[in-house]
Write a protein that binds this ligand. Structure first.
Ligand code: THU
Length: 138
């Protein structure tokens, strides 16, 4: 699936964004194998239970037994003003759990034709990962 197709699906996902507090709506689409998983941000009055669009998409895929992530496209902004949001650290950490940082790419888009692509390695160069727990893994 092309980047512009992924981005247009991310806009579709953003329509379900539930963001009454920040009013910052985000949509994300993870390409996983041949399938796509759409996610939006879901806020909460307790603030900390809020789930970002990227994690929603990732958790949908993993919960359905899919982990072969190829790319993710992200769109979003406040009250309709598109801002090309880069993923937060928590979402990058979730991506790092399942993806090879050199071959997983993050498409941050302002529109279908205006976007930037970055590797997970670039956005999370020295993160904590399963390698740090090698002694604990049986
Ligand atoms: N948010 C995302 O869903 N993804 C991002 O990449 C950045 C931030 C959400 C979380 C919260 O609902 C709102 O945007 C403002 O932080």
């Amino acid at each position: 699936m092309s980047n512009d197709e992924l981005i247009s699906k991310a806009y579709e996902a953003m329509k379900n964004s539930y963001a009454p507090y920040s009013k910052f709506n985000v949509g994300a689409v993870a390409l996983c194998g041949e399938k796509i998983y759409m996610g939006c941000n879901i806020e909460n009055a307790g603030y900390t239970p809020t789930n970002c669009a990227e994690r929603t998409a990732f958790f949908k895929a993993v919960s359905e037994g899919k982990r072969e992530f190829v790319r993710i496209a992200i769109v979003g902004g406040r009250q309709g003003e598109m801002a090309a949001p880069s993923p937060c650290g928590v979402c990058l950490q979730v991506m790092a759990e399942f993806c090879d940082p050199d071959s997983f790419f993050i498409v941050v888009a302002e529109s279908e034709s205006d976007y930037e692509i970055r590797s997970l390695r670039k956005l999370l160069p020295e993160g904590f990962g399963s390698g740090n727990l090698a002694d604990c893994i049986q």
